[in-house]
Ligand binder design. Structure first.
Ligand SMILES: Nc1ncnc2c1ncn2[C@@H]1O[C@H](COP(=O)(O)OP(=O)(O)O)[C@@H](O)[C@H]1O
Ligand SMILES: [Mg+2]
Length: 318
């Protein structure tokens, strides 16, 4: 790749908030209240750092040193954990909550490393450098002298496992190191210029993430598979309206959980919403109505997606 990547090559699709579609998707996420709140606060403070000073003036006058610690954090949040647990979904929709609470427009620039930058040497570094350059340019236009930004930009680096190489650091290919360095330079640039921009990074392998990247994160949010109550909520909220009885829902909740002795993990959120529930619907369509006993059979025959071998997140919730 000799030329700089153009905008269309760089970002998948630009999203602007507020918008009803991400608002609805955000509201449908189950069990992520903690992650939602923390992420919204970090992004909100990048847009409006004066908000923290106003809060301190009211409750803790004289706490400036404490505020500085919070405000000097780098504009990076890592979303880490199991597959199909809502990392991408939350990263793609949180901008809506902040846009509404701060009363501004926010733009999401989604960069996926899984489908890009795996090719020629130098490509990932070039992609990251160009993505940060573009983010900085947009955020600079939105910064205002009076403190509160006119808007904000979220750069989403999804499927960032390409940057998650620390375990193999000793043998790390020169190109991988260069990608990590480009990423770190980009974060530092946004931080030093105090721009209204946040970088969200999603990865399935936190423990393999480069320590220099990890150290820069203002927050690391962890994501896990649904527990019993969360599976019950996802399943019953979708199935009780079609007339499934409690005992069939109970059986589905049980079958989609860990199976002692056989497997230590249960279904992921996406196993439930994108595999099991559609399978139940399509099994009945178009000839007959859905029924609970048949749904239980379908669940019994289905296996959950195996976890990434990261250890750290299997079964753990913040
Ligand atoms: N916490 C959740 N609550 C409800 N649905 C979820 C949740 N997490 C994931 N899903 C479902 O799974 C799909 C895939 O989630 P995604 O965010 O892409 O997972 P990943 O963590 O691998 O990025 C979502 O579109 C949604 O339908
Ligand atoms: Mg994802």
């Amino acid at each position: 790749m000799s030329d700089k990547p153009n905008l269309d090559e760089l970002f998948e699709r630009r999203v602007t908030y507020p918008d009803v579609e991400p608002q609805l998707r955000l509201s449908r996420l189950v069990g992520l209240e903690n992650q939602k709140t923390r992420l919204a606060k970090v992004v909100g403070l990048l847009v409006n750092p004066a908000g923290l000073a106003a809060w301190a003036k009211k409750h803790h006058p004289g706490a400036q040193m404490l505020l500085d610690i919070v405000l000097r954090r780098p504009p990076l949040v890592i979303l880490a954990g199991d597959v199909g647990s809502g990392k991408t979904e939350l990263a793609e929709t949180i901008g809506d909550a902040v846009a509404r609470s701060e009363g501004i427009d926010i733009t999401l620039l989604p960069l996926s490393l899984s489908t890009r930058g795996q090719g020629r040497v130098g490509e990932m570094t070039q992609l990251l450098t160009a993505a940060f350059e573009h983010t900085v340019a947009e955020a600079t236009r939105l910064k205002s002298a009076s403190g509160r930004a006119r808007g904000a930009v979220i750069l989403l680096v999804d499927e960032a496992d390409a940057l998650a190489q620390s375990r193999e650091a000793a043998q790390m290919h020169h190109e991988d190191r260069a990608g990590v360095n480009a990423f770190i330079r980009g974060i530092d640039r946004i931080a030093n210029a105090k721009l209204p921009a946040a970088v969200l990074m999603c990865t399935n392998r936190l423990s393999a993430l480069d320590p220099a990247v990890r150290r820069r994160a203002a927050d690391v949010l962890s994501f896990a598979r649904p527990d019993t109550e969360q599976r019950r909520f996802v399943l019953s909220s979708r199935l009780e309206t079609v007339g499934f009885t409690g005992c069939h829902v109970d059986a589905l909740v049980e079958l989609t959980g860990p199976a002692p002795g056989r497997r230590e993990y249960g279904f992921t959120f996406s196993d439930l919403t994108q595999r099991l529930l559609p399978a139940i619907v399509l099994d009945a369509y178009p000839g007959r109505a859905m029924d609970g006993a048949r749904a239980v059979e379908i669940a019994r025959a289905m296996a959950p997606t195996p976890p990434f071998k990261d250890g750290e997140f299997v079964g753990a919730r913040p």
